[in-house]
Design a protein around this ligand. Structure first.
Ligand SMILES: Cc1cc2nc3c(=O)[nH]c(=O)nc-3n(C[C@H](O)[C@H](O)[C@H](O)COP(=O)(O)OP(=O)(O)OC[C@H]3O[C@@H](n4cnc5c(N)ncnc54)[C@H](O)[C@@H]3O)c2cc1C
Length: 387
């Protein structure tokens, strides 16, 4: 693993976490298991971490965190990977809606939601994408009509990960018509137990049933559950995505380092030819991705808000993760290709299929490249002339 020199305070924090982990070891991470088992383990592990205050360490103390920086949060992720801990279940709450409520929510919303996000007692899902609004997110058509005391929400969301087990959904929807599609959008917190919500699971190539279609049919949402002001939805949605591309990506890229270490242990001394070159490329790409992510986290620790540079982290990580998963299947040979029922080969095939979605979720590679070109490098926007 790449090792960076961090401040004494950060290294002392790492030592105290190591100490805690030695006394409170994680359960084994589920491999090739049912979604139910994944949920059970992830929920229990999040509660255990929260009991030691190792969740949301970069959140302000007033909201249950420790008031540390994203660098310490990255150290938590590194240490959890080192001990091969299972993934916590409440990632959407921890990495997206939690930070959004801290920066844009009302005091009542923070008080109501943040403690249960930290413990994982309430799970969240992200209701952004629709059949006609993915890359072009501002085209959302789900509509919330103002009524006495709140809104009536109707419309369809799609690819909503974990909607079938979530308690709450943060929804981007239209509350007013406007000639500019980025305007008139609002950000609502919707109780998934409300009357009028139907959730239908969708099966992925990997066989998982992690995401869903969600239908809202005249669902009442109290005005207390509007984040910010009506019409603030686009600004808040973008800040949600910035957090998603930075913090969530950091923990995912560490997961790919675990996969890489496994490959090096198993094949490092024996590969030759093009496989050896690909393995070497996987190592350099993991180091570069991590160094870049750290340089961004260090700038956030100095007070900069996450911005479009998170697209670089997401693009580099998701594409190198795909190459790594493909290499793992190729090195495993026929047994992996056949996807044997049990064991490491089946795990490699499952991870390879899962990795295909990573260059789509949280914005496709094409969209990340455009963001980098226009908003990081300042290149002119391409416009297609009509013939
Ligand atoms: C595993 C997974 C989990 C997901 N979880 C969630 C979730 O929990 N909540 C949620 O709201 N969404 C979720 N999504 C949806 C995801 O955000 C969208 O799939 C993604 O934004 C792409 O939108 P789309 O599928 O509508 O594709 P489209 O936007 O229709 O894109 C189709 C193709 O056209 C390309 N394209 C589109 N526009 C442009 C452009 N301007 N320039 C260049 N190329 C372009 C795209 O790159 C892509 O290759 C998830 C997706 C996946 C794969």
């Amino acid at each position: 693993m790449l090792k960076l020199d961090l401040s004494e305070r950060s290294e002392a924090f790492r030592a105290s976490l190591r100490d805690w982990l030695a006394k409170n070891p994680p359960p084994p991470a589920p491999v090739e298991t049912s979604l139910e088992e994944f949920q059970r383990v992830g929920r229990a592990w999040q509660a255990q971490l929260a009991s030691g205050r190792w969740i949301g360490t970069h959140w302000p103390e007033a909201f249950g965190g420790r008031g540390l920086t994203l660098v310490e949060e990255a150290i938590v992720q590194e240490e959890l990977v080192r001990v091969a801990a299972p993934q916590v279940l409440g990632l959407f709450g921890l990495t997206m809606v939690g930070p959004v409520l801290i920066s844009h929510g009302s005091d009542e919303q923070r008080k109501r939601f943040l403690p249960r996000i930290l413990t994982g007692d309430e799970l969240w899902c992200q209701g952004f994408s629709e059949p006609g609004a993915g890359s072009d997110l501002a085209a959302v058509r789900a509509r919330a009509v103002p009524v006495e005391g709140g809104y009536r929400l109707s419309g369809q969301k799609i690819w909503t990960s974990f909607a079938h087990i979530a308690d709450w959904c943060f929804v981007l929807c239209r509350t007013a018509d406007s000639p500019k599609k980025h305007e008139g959008l609002s950000y609502l917190l919707v109780d998934m137990k409300s009357q009028g919500i139907t959730t239908r699971p969708l099966r992925q190539a990997s066989g998982d049933r992690e995401f869903n279609e969600v239908f809202f049919d005249d669902v009442f949402v109290a005005s207390d559950n509007l984040v910010g002001q009506p019409g603030d939805g686009w600004k808040i949605a973008i800040s949600t995505l910035m957090f998603e591309r930075v913090v969530l990506t950091f923990s995912r890229q560490l997961q790919s380092e675990v996969a890489l270490n496994g490959l090096l242990r198993e094949h490092g001394g024996t590969v030759a030819g093009s496989d050896a070159i690909e393995l070497a490329q996987a190592v350099t790409s993991a180091c570069a991705t991590r160094a870049l992510a750290y340089s961004h986290l260090l700038s956030y620790a100095k007070g900069k808000a996450p911005g479009p540079e998170g697209s670089m982290d997401k693009l580099l990580w998701s594409e190198s993760f795909q190459r790594l998963c493909k290499l793992a299947v190729s090195l495993r040979g026929v047994s992996a290709a056949l996807g044997e029922e049990h064991g490491e080969a089946a795990h490699d095939v499952h991870r390879y299929l899962y990795s295909r979605g990573r260059t789509i979720a949280a914005g496709t590679s094409e969209i990340q490249r455009s963001i980098i070109a226009e908003r990081v490098l300042g290149l002119p926007r391409l416009r297609h002339e009509k013939a």
